[in-house]
Design a binder for this molecule. Structure first.
Ligand code: CTP
Length: 428
């Protein structure tokens, strides 16, 4: 049997510290031995007792800087015991101390005495993360071979949003366990090339629909399909099995994506409902026409008959129907608004019954429809709005998928926990 890895977890003072016991539990489930060291600030967010219980060992802090009588310094002993060091969460301050080799407390003293592989999972306010000083420190650490996991875009403790949320605990757990493969991977962090979307079925709708008036004319809209195509491409890149249902657009299909072409809202509805049963994630980015002409002329409408009166009937709401489809999946709707964007978005989220609603302000000429850039606000039931600031649609797709992935992993964890609890109740 392989020798169980020995992981030394260093916890610094960020709100994400409360996730430390969960990470320890996951490592131990996989056979690792874990010990924890924490800063004084970390103790304000997670109790040392919780970490002692899950590690089955005392937790190291400032008191261990004083010699304990054995003559061996604890930080040296610990570095000799462990074979990998994981720092999670790592505050901006901890990154700065690590980068400069400063050691004002037990955790940083330990890190300075450490010469093995290091995984760092930063967590901080986006402005602190984006600060040139932090970015310089991160570059220094990377250059020294440190593996960085995250941060990711998401809602922060402050209610704000942006890049700065600690990576998903499971990604950090994975990085901690796979450190031995690091040399082989030539310095590429294991968590970076692992996605929770691997093998998952993702269904994306994109582009406009065309509602015919006669054989040559239609009612349509200005949707370019770029957002949906970018999401399909990014999901496929992350290992998902992607089905793309698209209205008429002039875009190349992304590699590895199965594309179905449709014209009308009714065709799109059929294609989406046929595929939703197997899907685990649905992105409904299509700009579906709300109405279609009641009558479609079989011959071209002629001018001599005068201006036609077009009677419209409402199209079915595909998103509402997808949200009601049997089975469990994450459904993401998209909304284009021109005024009072957030209020209309909230009402729409409730009306459509989807899990997330990505809202964008189409009154702005610099983003939206034809533009390569977009800026969106992501709404979810019972959670603060998440703003993803203006960026190319390709990058926006990656940020949206990060959000979806953290949501998926959270759901999986909750589900696993619920099933474990039920099992133990049955057993008791
Ligand atoms: N949608 C849909 N079927 C429709 C209309 C819209 O599935 N018949 C979906 C869109 O793909 C999008 C979401 O619903 O994901 C919101 O679309 P939007 O056009 O903003 O909303 P509407 O319901 O059309 O509301 P309104 O036009 O009044 O803003």
């Amino acid at each position: 049997m392989a020798i169980p890895p020995r992981i030394l977890l260093g916890v610094s003072g960020g709100i994400a510290a409360y996730k430390a016991p969960e990470m320890v539990r996951r490592w131990r489930e996989r056979g690792a031995e874990v010990r924890c060291a924490m800063t004084d600030n970390a103790r304000r967010f997670v109790s040392p007792l919780a970490l002692e219980v899950v590690t089955g060992h005392r937790v190291y802090g400032e008191e261990y800087l004083k010699p304990q009588g054995s003559g061996v310094e604890e930080h040296i002993e610990l570095t000799e015991w462990a074979d990998r060091l994981v720092l999670a969460p790592a505050t901006a301050n901890l990154l700065a101390l690590l980068a400069r080799g400063l050691a004002p407390n037990f955790l940083t003293t330990l890190a300075l005495a450490w010469d093995g592989p290091v995984v760092v999972a930063p967590a901080m306010h986006p402005r602190m993360w984006n600060h040139p000083a932090t970015q310089e420190n991160v570059a220094l650490l990377r250059a020294r071979g440190v593996t960085l996991v995250g941060p990711v875009v998401g809602p922060l403790a402050s209610g704000e949003i942006g890049m700065g949320r600690m990576a998903d605990p499971l990604a950090i757990v994975g990085a901690g366990l796979e450190m031995s493969g690091l040399e082989v991977r030539a310095g590429v962090g294991p968590a970076d090339d692992k996605s929770s979307l691997v093998g998952r079925r993702v269904l994306v709708s994109a582009g406009p629909t065309r509602e015919p008036l006669d054989p040559v004319r239609f009612l349509g809209n200005r949707s370019s399909g770029k957002m949906g195509f970018a999401l399909a491409a990014e999901a496929a890149k992350r290992g998902a099995i992607v089905d793309l249902v698209s209205g008429p657009v002039s875009l190349e299909e992304p590699p590895g994506v199965r594309r179905t072409r449709v014209e009308t809202a009714l065709e799109m509805r059929t294609a989406m409902l046929d595929r939703v049963v197997d899907a685990e994630v649905v992105f409904m980015t299509a700009a579906v026409a709300d109405y279609r002409p009641l009558r479609v002329a079989s011959e071209k409408l002629k001018k001599e008959t005068g201006p036609p009166t077009v009677e419209l009937v409402e199209n079915p709401d595909i998103l509402v129907e997808l949200s009601k489809a049997p089975g469990r999946r994450l459904i993401v709707g998209f909304a284009a608004e021109t005024e009072d964007v957030l209020r209309h978005g909230q009402t729409k989220l409730e009306r459509k019954g989807c899990d997330l609603l990505v809202v964008n302000d189409v009154s702005r000429a610099d983003i939206g429809f034809d533009s390569d850039d977009n800026e969106v606000t992501v709404l979810a039931k019972g959670a603060p709005p998440v703003v993803i600031s203006r960026r190319p649609k390709r990058e926006l797709a990656a940020a949206l998928l990060d959000l979806v992935e953290s949501d998926l992993v959270e759901r999986d964890v909750v589900e696993r926990e619920l099933s474990t609890e039920t099992e133990s109740e049955v057993g008791a």
